[in-house]
Design a protein around this ligand. Sequence first.
Ligand code: PLP
Length: 390
Amino acid sequence: MLELPVYLDHNSTTPCDHRVVEAMLPFFTRDFGNAASHSHAFGWKAKEAVDYAREQVANLIGASSGEIIFTSGATEADNLAIKGVFEMYAGKGNHIITSGIEHKAVLDTCRHLEKLGAEITYLPVSPEGFVDLNKLESAIKPTTILIAIMYANNEIGTIMPVREIGFIARKHGVLFFTDATQAVGKIPVHVDNDNIDLLAMTAHKLYGPKGTGALYVRRKGPRVRLTAQMDGGGHEKGLRSGTLNVPGIVGLGKACQICQLEMSREAERLSKLRDQLEQALLGLGQVFVNGSKQNRLPQVTNLCFKDVDSNGLMMALQKNIAVSSGSACTSATPEPSYVLKALGLSDELAHSSLRFSLGRKTMEEEIDYTIEQVSKTVHKLRGELTWSIT
Ligand SMILES: *Cc1c(COP(=O)(O)O)cnc(C)c1O
């Protein structure tokens, strides 16, 4: 049965899988111990659960459990990776290469470091949303310490040529950090095959709880060292002090395990539904896909509806369908999405774009309903004839 409103904003956050909630519950009450309490059974039980979750997270990305540092989410993992490398490798250099379409957690961290003396190169992307590997390689200089390029983009879903980027980084002895928040759990990610040295992820984008994430830190070939950004009790090998969020970590672990088992089937199902939605809306005419349709996450499409104000479209839909426009609505006049601008879209076209992101519970009826509602509203906003009787 169709239940309203329809949620098509899974790139913003996902609901917790009920199996994840079930795994977490005992750790709020019966097994409430502090994982750092070594002197009694309450602590041991918590530590055991954290160790198990660490294995589950590591398994999903081809890492070993000693390389996983738990954080409060991807924003913190991004900060720890970039600031941690900047401080630790200050003796080698101050140059960081990133892209113009990174998440704010990466871009704002880089902006902050610029004030502290970092030199940042913001690589442009092609109209399809990819960094140019030749431009990347020629941006490397003796002072380059880090390449920070995301695995998959949150707004348009395009997947960067990560393996090649990692290969170039390694060839030049530069560390490679990737914000893989949107990729992990959706598509296969493997830190060794992809030549990744540091990787950020978060639970709430893969059907786990909000407020828990992880940073992968390569231990050998090369061994990556970081300066901690949080000082205190020396938890997480001294890289992230603070009492561990045991229920959250258990949830992240379980969410990773479920993704590992179900990812390929889920991707197939969602890409079919996504394509159905996309094809139908492209059929309205003067509608375009933003970014590449190749090398794209299975569950997302970002569409530009010419001559339609996407905020108006979103507002007309928002009672029944939850979608997102990339614009930052923090001010009275919303700024167009910087990601879409980086693809070369005009302000007007960026302001005509909407992101639809599907998820584990998305049903075909919801897609049919969305096609119907969006089509009707686009016609109306364009002042076109519709067949409805008025
Ligand atoms: C959601 C997201 C983040 C932020 O994750 P939080 O856990 O909410 O801090 C960072 N990077 C990307 C690409 C994201 O999609």
